[in-house]
Design a protein around this ligand. Sequence first.
Ligand code: ADP
Ligand code: ZN
Length: 517
Amino acid sequence: MINQTHTILKNTFGYDNFRPLQEEIINRTIEGKDSFVLMPTGGGKSMCFQIPALIFDGITIVVSPLISLMKDQVQALKSNGIKADFFNSSISAEEENNVITKAINGDLQLLYLSPEKLISVSNTWLKQLNIKLVAIDEAHCVSMWGHDFRPEYTQLKIFRNSLPNVPFMALTATADKSARKDIEAQLGLKKSKLFISSFDRKNLSIEVRGQVQKRKKLQEIANFIERRKNESGIIYCLSRKNTEEVASYLKQEGHSVAFYHAGMDNEERENTQTDFINDETKIIVATIAFGMGIDKSNVRFVIHYNLPKNLEGYYQEIGRAGRDGLPSETVLYFNMRDFVLYSQFADQGANVVMQKEKLSRMLQFAEAKSCRRKILLSYFGEHLSENCGNCDVCENPPKGFDGTILSQKALSGIVRMGEKDGITMLINVLRGSNNADIHEKNYATLKTYGVGKDVSFFDWRDYVIQMANQGLIEIMYAESSALKITSIGWQVLKGDKKIRLTTPVAPADKKKIQKTI
Ligand code: ADP
Ligand code: ZN
C-alpha cells in the first residue's frame, strides 16, 4: 500500500515526498475511516482524497461550494491522466447527461459536485454509483459557528447517513475548536481523527498600523509599494468603491494596479485575475471576493486597507502571501470607524452575538500588545511557547509587568466556576459583585470570590483578553463564550510559567491618543 501511494504521488502528480500528515490521512482513508483535515490554504489538502480516489476501484465524490474553481481543478486532474469531472449549475443539460453516463458506467474516478447539486441528485442516479469515498471540501460552511455558513451544507448529513460504510473526509483551512466539534456533528463523522497541520507561516511578517488618516494611509501604501518595485501584492478593502479609489490613486502614482470586486462582470474579473497571475498586473486592490483558490506563489505582500471582520478571514487573506516560503510582508490598517460600521452590519445579520464577539476578537488582535502570531495561532488552537520575533510587537515590545499572580487569580476563578462561564461572570466573581446571577449559582461561596476587588472591571477585561491572546485561555464561542484553560494556562496556574501583562489604556486616554494621531 505504502509503495502504491508513493508511486502515485511520484508518477501521477510528480512529487517526491508527502507533506506532513498527507500520508497518514491517505492510509487511514484507505482503511475506510473518517478524517477531519485542518490544514492552511495551500497546505495540500486535495492530495489527501485524490490519491485514495485513484486507489479505490469506485468513484470518489468531492463536495465543494466553489463552483468557479471546480473546472480548473478538474482540468488539472485530467491533464495528469485522471478520470475526473464536475457537476454544477454552470454546465449545460447535454454536458450533464454526459457526466451522468460516465459516472454510471464507472468511467470516473473523481466527481466534483456543488452541495446543491449533490442534494438534488442524491436520490436519483447518484444511488447507482459505486461510491468509495466522500470528501467535503470547505467543510466549515456546514457550521453556524464558522464564518461562511451555507444552509445547503446542513443537508449533507442525510447523504452521510445513506452511506454509513463509506469513509468521509471533512477538509477546511479554517475552524476553531467550537466550529470543529460542530462540523463533526453536522456531518455525522464517525470516530473521525483530527489531522491538524501547523498554521504557522513563519515567512510572513505581521504588522498592524492603527488610526491612520485616509490621506496618510494612501501615501504610506504608495511608499510601501515604491520600495518594493515589481513585486506582487494584494490590497484588501472593505467596499467596492474603496477598491476603485485606492487603485486609481496608486495608478496615478505610476504603479501597475488593477481593482477587483464582485460588481464586475465575469469576463472583466477573469481577465484581471489572469493578468495578476501572469505578473502583467503587479498589484490587485480587491474586496475579499478575490483570492479564493488563486494559486499564485510569489505574492510578496498583503495589505488590509480596512479591518477584517474576523480572524479567520484575516488569516486566510494574509495566507495568500508567500506561498513559496520566501519572506513576505503583511500590514493591517485599522481604525475604530471600520469596527463601528461592522458592528452595525452585524446587527442586521444572523448570529449577531457570535459575529460581534468574533469582531471584537479581531479588534483585540489589532490593539494587542503581545506577540501577534501567538494570538493568531492560539485562536486556531495552536499554542506557541515562544514569541515569534517576526511581528511589530516582537520588534517593539512594550514594557509590561509580571502579571503571574493576577493571571493565577483569574485562572483559578475559571477552574472553580467549572469552565462554564464567560468573561463578565468571571470578572463579577473576581470583583465580589453582588448580583442575582452570582447568588443563584452559589459563586459567592467560592474561594476566588472577591480576590480581585482592587482591579476595575475595565482593567480585568483587558487582562483576561491579554491572557486569551497569550494562549492561557480559550474563548469557546459555540458554548456561550465560556472560558477554558489551555495547557499553557495550567502551567501558569501551577506556577511553572510566568506571564507578563501590560497596563490597560483607559477608553478616555484612547480617545486622546486618537486625536493626537
Ligand atoms: P489546499 O487545498 O490545502 O489549499 P492544494 O491541495 O491546492 O492545497 O495544494 C497546494 C499546492 O501544493 C498544489 O499546487 C499542490 O499540487 C501542491 N502539493 C500538494 N501536495 C504536495 C506534495 N506532497 N509535494 C509537493 N507539492 C504538493
Ligand atoms: Zn511576534
